[in-house]
Design a protein around this ligand. Structure first.
Ligand code: ADE
Length: 341
């Protein structure tokens, strides 16, 4: 099925076989990509890292999150939890506090659960294969393959959104999930699987961009079926929404509420009390406005000082405790904008 070709559009020399074709063309692809990666890869704190714990932290943080946003979190997280034992020994709220602002908090909960399993059930010994990593909480096919290839040198390919786009452009058609994993596996460098996987991701992140690919800089354009003309995958429709919070301060404390433990998003994390429309209208003054995006929603956020929250309740939290409390990312942003933290 991967041998589909577009003979009408592309020269015979570089058809689809570059993905699953002759050994020679695959070798050319690996060589070209790896040579490019060596020269052009970004200097990132997790580059060259072989320690499974550190690779694991970086790969989990990088899921659905931009590299620029991850760098500082990665450094701080490793300062606070330098190894799997320190992570396992920490209480969950401390881990969530370190994750506060990165979003997708399930990732942090799952990492914490997996760290405890490694320390307790496996006596601190890391899994030695992608398959064993996959058995831990929160570690899916992508993460297990990324850790095993980068830290352990296991020849397993990874496919994330960037890699999928690179493969589709190379092939000149959309690929099903199974086809993408198969294509990535057939191209993989068995000698340098970690570098190869990172090179594919790097190519997708810096050259083979969704909207305007820089084909002129692409090391494998000679083997690409589309050279960027494949329509970008459909953008997810974004939603706009408005939300308002009350910022109440008293004697060096701030009024916060805790999200329910069974909330589907950001369970158990702390935030400012939400305000009803009426409460916002009644307190037109002294407000702060900012924008915040969570997954596919762009929020216009208003923050009204000393406004009565819609629901009674909440807790006065001393300012000095705020640094270590698992605040939602938006709450941390508001408190920073208001110069409370
Ligand atoms: N995205 C996720 N993991 C990555 C890595 N190791 N290198 C480049 N981009 C990535």
């Amino acid at each position: 099925m991967l041998l589909w070709t577009r003979r009408d559009c592309f020269p015979m020399t570089h058809q689809i076989e570059v993905v699953v074709g002759s050994a020679e063309k695959q070798a050319w692809f690996r060589r070209s990509l790896l040579a490019w990666y060596e020269r052009h890869r970004r200097d990132l704190p997790w580059r060259g890292e072989r320690d499974p714990y550190r690779v694991w932290v970086s790969e989990v943080m990088l899921q659905q999150t931009r590299v620029a946003a991850v760098i500082e979190y990665y450094r701080k997280f490793l300062q606070q939890f330098p190894d799997v034992r320190s992570l396992a020994a920490a209480r969950l709220p401390k881990v969530l506090a370190a994750w506060s602002g990165l979003g997708y908090y399930r990732r942090a909960r799952m990492m914490h659960a997996a760290a405890r399993e490694i320390v307790k059930a496996r006596r601190g010994v890391f899994p030695q294969t992608a398959e064993d990593w996959h058995a831990l909480p929160g570690i899916g096919r992508y993460t297990s393959a990324a850790i095993a290839s980068i830290a352990l040198g296991e020849p397993v390919a990874v496919v994330d959104g960037n890699v999928e786009r690179v493969l589709e452009r190379l092939q000149g058609r959309p690929l099903s999930g199974a086809e993408a994993w198969q294509a990535a596996g057939s191209l993989l460098s068995k000698k340098r699987p970690g570098d190869f996987n990172q090179a594919m991701m790097e190519l997708g992140a810096t050259v083979c961009l969704p909207r305007q690919p820089n084909c002129g800089e692409c090391p494998v354009r000679a083997g690409c079926a589309t050279r960027g003309v494949l329509p970008a995958s459909q953008q997810v429709a974004r939603r706009k929404a408005e939300i308002a919070y009350g910022l109440n301060c008293r004697n060096g404390s701030v009024l916060l509420v805790r999200r329910p433990a069974n909330a589907s998003l950001m369970a158990g994390m702390w935030e400012l009390p939400e305000l009803s429309r009426e409460a916002v209208a009644a307190h037109g003054n002294g407000s702060l406005s900012l924008r915040h995006s969570i997954t596919v929603t762009d929020y216009s956020v208003r923050v009204v000082r000393e406004a009565a929250p819609a629901n009674a309740g909440g807790q006065w939290v001393a300012r000095k405790r705020l640094e270590t409390l698992p605040l939602t990312g938006l709450t941390r942003k508001i408190l920073r904008a208001a110069k409370i933290i």
